[in-house]
Write a protein of this length. Structure first.
Lengths: 469, 346
């Protein structure tokens, strides 16, 4: 087949394909998801979701099981949304003896009705220095929240969580507002720091929360005692709200939207790789079987029948349970069973083509078998295989997610099936954490639908018999 | 001769089964032997515990002797090929041995008993689902074929494609979330309330537990069947004898159900059995979501408990059922469509 022929065939196919509305929808979704995969680094809210999906440290500042941020829209009491405050105003004042006072001020506009769960300060520290955290509230009051003395650091991450480290100072703060009697009922342990920090100062503030909206300034001060030795780098603050991100978090505090975006490319890789390889093998197998006929055909048909009479998923489950394969091994295992899908159709078509006169002519001219197969048979049959390629993508994705659902997936990657497995383990169904269960499966279903749209449309064009008359 | 065709097909099925089991025995040989050795150790330890008043040296000798005996019993001292063949033979004769952890409902540790009691539970669920699916699918498919390209045809075809790649287990999760924990009208899983009620209530209780799994299977299942029925029926409706029947003034319903469906029966049966087989091969693990104690749920438990003998037995039985299904398919096919010549010498 020459390139011009190919181009002509393609343009003819496209003019037919244009009329299939569902096919166009499928194509659009496919292109969209490929774009998402390409621009993944820009889209991912949590940049290292791919590599650190199972790291506990990476997700520790989120709240567990938080609903999506947009659920605020439907609730009367707006909850604070998890945000990360970066690029603080920094000031370094040099004092006597070379001691430096580094001050970082984070601005936080607080507009919600519920207090955040925690405010967490992070920085990378070198050497020895005391750190101090204070907040300036919209009503002008300043609360000194926490103090710490760091020693002998060499680039470790310092984490100051107000919920843990600020309770004592908050308890001191409410002493000036609450009566003696009311105070007896509270201790520094029973108070939530954020419920006080974001509360209106008044009597009874320990029991009831009334949000004080406005601009909060979190001030982090580090006294760098030894110049050149003590240093602070990359300070940032996370305000942990009770709602978070586009699709909330799971109960190990992971951002589900990041997981889904990271899983998209794996779904595509699994689906496309499995179906492409297996359909190509199937087409070649069918052609060779039909072309040589006789004993070769019998043996090949026998092997085909044996492979075809193995239930795929149970075998995949047992193989993954025993060998704990990587994702590429799993794809290989799926290919070993999937190739049978297109053999019979291709074989019957190849049997027809084989009898054509031009094949006979080629044989008479002394063409080799390989030449006849690759020059005269494969190009005719490959287009037909595209439809079955598209139609076998969904089952590959579903099989992988079924294996992952049992907890047998490749632990080095994130797939949608694994997220569903975690949801099952975390009893998300029982707890009603729908944002953990609904989106991954919906995406699997949408992927399946996309390729079904493509496959059925191509099928209609390539097999005109199925057209609605 | 139909009889010879049947015998030949069955023999071929058995032969295929043997080959598959043999390949699996080769593939899983190492892990099988590991579990066998550890179960031998366990048995020896259990037997030593029972012994009293024995010198340490005599005890050690006894242990060594028992170990050797058991190893010989399970033929672990034989050459590799013989071990594999021995295991293949054991699997074919349903001699799966004992499970490591899982017990059957009677407290049995025989793998055959564990898997055996799961088979009817899976079959009842999937065959009932399939029966309903076929009825609904055929009716819908006929309706679609009557007006191809009509609004009903187009909308249902769209739904067919939408549910094409939808995982059954996910739909199950969503339905449980909605019906069990929101509306609270169905039980969350299992086959019976514990303890099961007596008399007629026992069956009502059973049906009540089965409704949601059935609903899940149905919601995904019948669209595909309707789509295939439509395609088959559509091509039959173009035939001359249908036109002739209509010209003779035979009522439309009779044309549809009498003439068309009779011709369409063989491919429809193929498709139904194939979809049942597909659920054995694919949707079976959705049982785990409903803790429906069938073959699929057994995979979940065996994987979680790392019970290799049960896993192997379950796989062997599933493969076997799949074979039986394929054989039945071919047999009914030859039976339903007399135009297909069977039996070699025609």
């Amino acid at each position: 087949m020459k390139f011009a022929d190919f181009k002509y065939g393609l343009s003819e196919f496209w003019s037919e394909f244009k009329k299939e509305r569902s096919g166009l929808v499928g194509l659009a979704i496919l292109i969209l998801s490929i774009l998402v995969v390409i621009f993944e680094p820009l889209i991912l809210p949590w940049k290292e979701a791919n590599t650190k999906w199972r790291s506990i440290d990476y997700w520790q500042d989120n709240s567990a099981g938080a609903p999506p941020a947009w659920t605020n829209f439907f609730s009367k009491q707006k909850a604070a949304i998890t945000v990360r405050l970066e690029n603080p105003k920094d000031e370094v004042i040099e004092m006597d003896g070379g001691i430096k006072l580094a001050t970082y001020t984070f601005d936080y506009d607080y507009t919600a009705d519920k207090a955040p769960l925690d405010v967490i300060f992070h920085m990378i520290g070198h050497g020895d220095f005391p750190v101090q955290v204070a907040v300036e509230r919209p009503d002008g009051q300043i609360i000194e929240l926490a103090q710490r003395f760091e020693q002998g650091l060499s680039g470790q991450d310092i984490r100051i969580s107000l919920d843990n480290d600020g309770r004592e100072s908050v308890f001191t703060f409410i002493k000036s507002h609450e009566s003696e009697e009311a105070l007896k009922e509270y201790s520094s342990k029973s108070l939530r720091t954020c419920n006080i920090v974001f509360n209106q100062t008044r009597e009874g503030m320990a029991t009831e929360f009334k949000s004080l909206k406005g601009n909060y300034k979190f001030i982090v001060r580090a006294l760098l005692l030894v110049p050149g030795y003590s240093e602070v780098e990359d300070p940032y603050t996370v305000v942990t709200g009770s709602v978070s991100g586009l699709l909330g978090t799971d109960d190990s505090k992971r951002d589900i939207f990041s997981g889904l975006v990271a899983g998209l490319k794996w779904a595509l890789i699994i689906g496309l790789l499995t179906s492409a390889i297996s359909v190509l093998i199937g087409v070649m197998y069918g052609i060779v079987s039909a072309y040589f006929g006789g004993a070769v055909d019998s043996v090949m048909q026998f092997i085909y029948q044996i492979v075809n009479s193995v239930p795929i998923l149970p075998v995949l489950i047992v193989v993954s349970a025993i060998f704990k394969p990587s994702i590429y091994m799993l794809i290989t295992a799926m290919v070993l069973f999937f190739w049978t899908g297109s053999v019979m159709t291709v074989r019957s078509m190849a049997l027809q083509i084989k009898e054509e006169t031009y094949i006979e002519a080629a044989k008479a001219l002394g063409a080799k078998h390989s030449r006849i197969i690759f020059k005269h048979m494969v190009p005719l049959l490959i287009p037909y295989s595209f439809a079955s390629m598209a139609l076998s993508v969904p089952s590959a994705i579903v099989y992988e997610s079924s294996v992952s659902l049992l907890g047998l997936g490749d632990a080095t990657i994130v797939t949608w099936g694994q997220i569903l497995h975690d949801a099952m383990q975390g009893a998300a169904i029982l707890k009603g954490i729908w944002w953990w269960v609904l989106p991954p499966g919906l995406l699997i279903a949408i992927m399946g639908m996309t390729f079904a749209f493509l496959g059925f449309s191509m099928d209609k064009i390539l097999h005109p018999k199925l057209k609605t008359r | 001769m139909y009889k010879w065709f049947a015998v030949k097909r069955m023999l071929k099925g058995i032969f295929t089964y043997v080959i598959i089991i043999f390949i699996m025995s080769v593939l899983f040989n190492t892990v099988n032997e590991q579990t066998m050795r550890s179960s031998i150790e366990e048995q020896v330890r259990a037997e030593t515990m029972r012994l009293k008043n024995m010198q340490p040296s005599a005890l050690q000798r006894f242990q060594e002797q028992r170990r050797q005996e058991l190893i010989r019993l399970y033929r672990l001292d034989r050459p590799l090929m013989e071990r594999i063949l021995f295991r293949t033979w054991n699997t074919i004769t349903f001699n799966f041995g004992k499970s490591t952890i899982i017990k059957s409902s009677r407290g049995d540790r025989e793998v055959l008993a564990i898997v055996g009691e799961a088979i009817p539970r899976s079959l009842v669920l999937f065959t009932v689902a399939m029966a309903i699916e076929i009825v609904v699918g055929i009716i819908l498919g006929l309706k679609k074929a009557q007006k191809p390209g009509g609004s009903l045809d187009r909308s249902t075809s769209l739904i067919t494609m939408i549910v094409y790649g939808m995982p059954t287990f996910w739909l199950a999760m969503i339905l449980i979330m909605f019906f069990v924990y929101q509306l609270r009208i169905f039980p969350s899983g299992g086959m019976h309330t514990v303890p099961p009620p007596q008399g007629i209530m026992y069956y009502i209780d059973f049906l009540w537990h089965m409704t949601l799994p059935l609903l899940t299977l149905l919601l995904i299942g019948f669209w595909g069947i309707a789509f295939v029925v439509r395609n088959i029926v559509l091509s039959i409706l173009q035939e001359d004898y249908i036109m002739a029947a209509r010209a003779r003034g035979i009522p439309e319903n009779k044309v549809l159900f009498g003439h068309t469906l009779r011709t369409a029966a063989p491919p429809l049966i193929t498709m139904s059995v194939l979809s049942l087989l597909a659920s054995i091969g694919g949707a079976i693990i959705f049982e785990g979501i409903f803790s429906w104690p069938g073959l699929g749920n057994l995979y979940w438990i065996a994987v979680q408990q790392n019970d290799i003998p049960v896993l192997m037995g379950d796989l062997a039985i599933t493969v076997g059922l799949y074979q039986v299904g394929l054989i039945l398919l071919d047999l009914t096919y030859g039976f339903m469509d007399p135009r297909i010549k069977v039996g070699g010498k025609a």
